[in-house]
Ligand binder design. Structure first.
Ligand code: ITT
Length: 207
């Protein structure tokens, strides 16, 4: 097994990501288990920028290769909001519930067929020698009228993937992990690592 530091402060994500990388011979270690005070201010303009900021900050803090994801919910009717600001939609100290309430309020008069949305995840894996790779995953769906389900996290109770009549919070994690934005991005990373088994070990500077 090769060690890879997981650069997130969100335990809900750790639970989802772990099963996605086990098949690729990767042992994930949470950055906050190694450096408890680890924290990153997400100042990037894109999901990729923020994922890179988190991955690089974890490389600096631990001296090891690290992976991070940044995810946003993009709602068509709201011109792509909350997007990169998904965690802070209802304010700097917003809770999952506060964000969901604000979203439903903004869409209060919007009919079902205009409630299209997508989750997008950018994953960046970074090594101490400066080499990086980026992967992405997208999930299309609709925002429901009210929250349903108590699985998942964040906006899951109000997101119904296309072709489903259950929200992501009503689906078991094993099903969310076959289709989600985050699953698609991390499966792409797992496939890359399986095709390039020495990639994490190589320490030469990039050319
Ligand atoms: P880290 O930056 O420490 O990884 P975070 O919670 O800030 O944790 P993101 O910036 O990637 O993570 O995510 C922004 C918000 O988007 C997050 O707080 C959730 O509210 C929401 N979110 C992310 N992934 C989600 C998912 O799979 N389902 C529902 N909501 C999600």
């Amino acid at each position: 097994m090769t060690r890879l530091v997981l650069a997130t402060a969100n335990p809900d994500k750790v639970r989802e990501i772990e099963p996605l990388l086990t098949g690729a011979g990767v042992e994930l270690v949470g950055v906050t288990d190694m450096v408890p005070e680890w924290e990153v201010v997400e100042t990037g303009r894109t999901l990729e920028d923020n994922a890179r900021l988190k991955a690089r900050a974890a490389v600096v803090a631990t001296g090891e290769a690290a992976v991070a994801d940044d995810t946003g919910l993009f709602v068509t009717e709201l011109d792509g909001a909350p997007g990169v600001r998904s965690s802070r939609f209802a304010g700097e100290t917003a809770t999952y519930r506060g964000n969901v309430e604000l979203l439903l309020d903004r869409l209060r008069k919007v009919p079902q067929k205009r409630r299209k949305a997508k989750f997008r995840t950018a994953v960046v894996v970074a090594k101490p020698n400066g080499t990086e790779r980026t992967f992405e995953g997208v999930l299309l769906g609709y925002i429901t009228d009210s929250p349903r389900g108590d699985g998942g996290f964040g906006y899951d109770p109000v997101f119904e993937p296309c072709g489903q009549d259950l929200t992501l919070a009503e689906l078991p994690l094993s099903v969310k992990n076959t289709m989600s934005h985050r699953a698609r991005a991390f499966i792409a990373l797992a496939e890359f690592l399986m095709a390039n088994p020495d990639w994490l070990e190589v320490t030469d500077p990039p050319v």
